[in-house]
Design a protein around this ligand. Structure first.
Ligand SMILES: O=C(O)c1ccccc1N[C@@H]1O[C@H](COP(=O)(O)O)[C@@H](O)[C@H]1O
Length: 211
């Protein structure tokens, strides 16, 4: 199971969370977010990571292709997560421009139609991600999806479950939905961008029960 901890902002916390067992670290490249860090700051974190190296995922929302390309190069990202209203055609363009990078399309699910739209992205992305819809925030909201409505979700790509996952509810989510990966942010932090390492450790203790 892939385990992504998102909203990393410091070298110390990035390295500690990788050592605890995260297979992926997420970096918020959305300037409006309180978890935003610059490409240069991300580069400092990725350069200091210990082996085994986690995936380093840049989270973008409605960014231009040149911005994404420049950030991937400067920050040494291995994956790009598109968390805004990016179209399938835009994903196709990112795929063509960044063929060595994992492309993840996040869908903020409000309705059955949002879930069905996953199909239109499948030809152009490596991975899908489901997050909860929030009217004013793009992500990191701590809101859970209605898991009951996801039990029939069987996309042609592997997918991450995000949205309000915590050490307390993650085993239940995995048991119900069997996603390829899980993605946590606000439940394992003291304040936006400041991760609580005790909570991250608690998460991995829970996950070891599942293994
Ligand atoms: O975390 C943010 O600030 C953020 C900003 C813009 C787009 C996405 C963002 N975060 C994503 O939100 C989910 C996790 O949220 P939660 O706090 O666990 O509910 C994850 O996919 C992040 O990449």
């Amino acid at each position: 199971m892939r385990v992504k901890i998102c909203g990393i902002t410091t070298v110390e916390q990035g390295s500690a969370i990788a050592t605890l067992g995260a297979t992926a670290l997420g970096f918020i490249c959305v300037p409006e977010s309180p978890r935003y860090i610059s490409p240069a700051q991300i580069g400092s974190i990725t350069a200091a990571l210990p082996p085994p190296y986690p995936d380093c995922i840049g989270v973008f929302a409605n960014a231009s292709l040149p911005t994404i390309q420049a950030t991937v190069a400067r920050a040494h990202l291995t994956a790009v997560q598109l968390h805004g209203q990016e179209s399938p055609a835009f994903c196709q363009a990112v795929r063509a421009a960044l063929s060595q990078v994992e492309l993840i399309k996040a869908l903020r699910v409000r309705s059955a139609a949002d879930l069905a739209s996953a199909q239109t992205y499948e030809p152009y992305v490596d991975t899908l991600l489901l997050d909860a819809y929030h009217p004013t925030q793009l992500g990191g909201t701590g809101q859970t999806l209605d898991w009951e409505k996801l039990t029939q979700f069987r996309p042609a790509r592997p997918w991450f479950l995000a949205g309000g996952l915590s050490p307390e509810n993650v085993l239940s989510a995995i048991a119900q939905l069997s996603p390829a990966g899980i993605d946590l942010s606000s439940s394992v932090e003291r304040s936006p961008g400041d991760k609580d390492l005790a909570k991250v450790a608690q998460l991995f203790e829970q996950l070891h029960q599942y293994e």
